[in-house]
Design a protein around this ligand. Structure first.
Ligand code: FES
Length: 161
């Protein structure tokens, strides 16, 4: 059985298999989702907002809850696309604007250019560089710190299992 979900603001509807997760639906649309933690519910790169139909999704699990608590842009409507399974109809998903920074190398090649989209922190979802702003070396340093935090965070989460 399939269910229909709607993606905003791109106004696309798509069919997904019942009980599949939102992330697989987004990836099948070739949307730019980095899934930094490999779909394990431990990063912010698949964070989406549910505009409607929250009750048609699987409940938030403990790991997802913990991750959502550290995302500063999280709201009551937040879910991690890799953890939320589609169980019913009427789901409307809002994709956050901007893109997530993956590797330092990605940004290094952008030094001296202006950001075409917001660059977002991979854990907190904070805006690191606003659209149109210059990408500088100090951002690289900030990201080195971030990567360290990601490593730390992951090992803590893994240890806590
Ligand atoms: S891909 Fe990391 S939390 Fe979903």
């Amino acid at each position: 059985m399939a269910k229909v979900i709607r993606l905003e603001p791109i106004a696309e509807e798509m069919e997904v298999k019942t009980n599949s997760n939102i992330l697989s639906a987004l990836l099948s649309k070739e949307l730019h989702v980095l899934k930094e933690c490999g779909g394990r519910g431990m990063c912010a790169t698949c964070h989406v907002y549910i505009k409607d139909g929250m009750e048609s999704l699987s409940p938030v699990n403990r790991r997802e809850q913990r991750t959502l608590e550290v995302i500063t842009t999280a709201q009551k409507t937040s879910r991690l696309a890799c953890q939320a399974h589609v169980l019913g109809e009427g789901i409307v998903i809002e994709l956050p604007s901007g893109m997530y920074i993956n590797a330092i190398e990605d940004v290094e090649s952008l030094i001296g250019r202006r950001a075409e989209q917001e660059l977002l922190h991979p854990i907190t979802g904070d805006v690191v560089v606003e659209t149109g702003k210059l990408i500088t070396r100090s951002i690289i340093n900030q990201l080195k710190e971030t990567q360290f935090q990601v490593g730390e965070y992951m090992s803590r989460t893994t240890d806590a299992k």
